[in-house]
Structure formats: C-alpha cells, structure tokens
Ligand binder design. Structure first.
Ligand code: PGA
Length: 253
C-alpha cells in the first residue's frame, strides 16, 4: 500500500514572520496523523527556521529544486547535498513552473532526481501535461515520456521517492481535474511504475492543481490518488489543515 502524503509547496512565497504565525496556527489545531505523512516545501531560505516547529509536529521538509552537481561554480543554485545538510528530507523535481520558466527538459529533471537520490534526498517528481496536449489527446503520452525519462536514469531507486501528477492547466487556475480525470492518469502512472521495476508499484502518486479543502476529499477517495501537492492553499494554515484532515478521514485506509 503506498504511503499517503499531503505536501505543501510554498513556491516563492512566505517570510520568517509568516512561517512563525503559520506554525503557531498549525500547533493549535494539529491532529495526530494516522494515515498520512505531511511535507512542506518552503523557500530554501526558510528551511532552517522551519526545522524546529516542523519536527515538533512530525512534518517533513523539502526544497523546491536541486542542481545536478554536488558543488561548483553555479551561481544561485542549490545542491542536493546542501539541502540535506540544512535538514531537508525531500525535494521537488521537474515542477511545471521550472520546466516552463527555466527550460528544464525531461533529461534535466531526470539528472536532478538522480542527484537528489545520490545525496539521500527523496525526490517528488512532478509530471503533467499542458492544455494543448490534453486537447490534442496527447496527455497520456506526454506524462509517460516525462516519467520514463526519470525511470531510465534512476530505475528502481525511485522507490524512495514519489510522483506528483499536476496537469499544468489546473495549477493556480482554480480549475481542478475532476477526480475521474485525475484517477485515470494516476492509473496510467501506476502502470508505468509497476512495469518499470520491482518495488515501484507502491510509489506514492499525489495529485496537484488547485487542491482545496472543498475538493480534496473527492480526490482522495480515488483508488490511485495517494495524496496531494498543494500550492496556494498550503499557505493558509487552516486550509492546509483541512486538506490534511480530509486525507485522515476520507482517504483510503
Ligand atoms: P496550486 O499549485 O495548488 O496553487 O494549483 C499546485 C502546485 O503547483 O504544486
């Protein structure tokens, strides 16, 4: 049975003040977790500030991307080794905003996933099609290609990580994939994983794209949706807690 995960991606948002207020609110209303692991991906500069309050609640921490190299003349970049040294356990790789704005190709994403695993950081590999691909009936092919590029590089080592299916047309738009549409793609992803190597059938596959308290439970009720990668709503402690509660009460046991 895959681990359930509810993860928050703060993107380039937040401050030390917001982080302090956020964890204070989380502590107030925290629930003991029975079913899911909760992760937070704040901006890397806030990681050290988040270590103590996150550990107190059992929340895992991650960074939003890593560079393929362990060190060197790469101004502005962060190595996976540095993220581990700073207390991160996870990293996102291949978020669609980085694929689009930083030109990360499927191969770039694959080497970042490999770099993370080498350093002992768990990669949450983001895949997802843009609207034109979906309209052209290419959504499944695009997602398969994205996933297969990573699998060709890291193979069964991906068993330490997770996949986030994030249809690009649903990110930050308020438009969520219906539970049926999301489930259909999650089933494809599960098939690819199962066929790729032993031990990958139970890699968690989380959904991302405008997940909110009011749509989370219906998504989590689907067989192959093992959780959520939450952007906007994860910045609001009450909304994020409500999504965690939806997994704790409505997700598959
Ligand atoms: P959103 O972002 O929840 O704001 O749509 C999701 C993501 O980009 O991970």
């Amino acid at each position: 049975m895959p681990q359930r995960i509810v993860a928050g991606n703060w993107k380039m948002n937040g401050s030390r003040a917001l982080l302090a207020a956020y964890f204070a609110a989380m502590e107030q209303a925290w629930m003991p977790l029975r079913r899911c692991e909760v992760l937070l991906f704040p901006p890397a500069l806030l990681l050290s500030e988040a270590l103590e309050p996150a550990a107190a609640l059992g929340i895992g921490l991650g960074v939003q991307t890593v560079h393929p190299e362990a060190s060197g003349a790469y101004t502005g970049e962060l190595a996976a080794e540095m993220a581990v040294d700073a207390g991160a356990q996870w990293t996102l790789v291949g978020h669609s905003e980085r694929r689009a704005a930083c030109g990360e190709s499927n191969e770039d994403v694959a080497v970042r996933a490999a770099a993370a695993l080498r350093a002992g950081l768990k990669p949450m590999v983001c895949v997802g099609e843009v609207l034109t691909d979906r309209r052209a009936g290419r959504a499944e092919d695009v997602v398969r290609e994205q996933l297969e590029a990573v699998l060709a590089t890291v193979g069964e080592d991906l068993s330490a990580g997770a996949i986030a299916y994030e249809p690009v047309w649903a990110i930050g738009t308020g438009e969520t994939a219906s539970p049926e549409v999301a489930q259909a793609m999650h089933a494809v992803i599960r098939d690819v994983l199962r066929g790729a190597a032993n031990g990958l059938a139970d890699v968690p596959i989380v959904y991302g794209g405008s997940v909110k308290p009011d749509n989370a439970a219906a998504l989590f009720a689907e067989t192959d949706i093992d959780g959520a990668l939450v952007g906007g709503a994860s910045l609001d402690a009450a909304a994020f807690l409500a999504i965690i509660a939806a997994m704790e009460t409505h997700g598959n046991p």
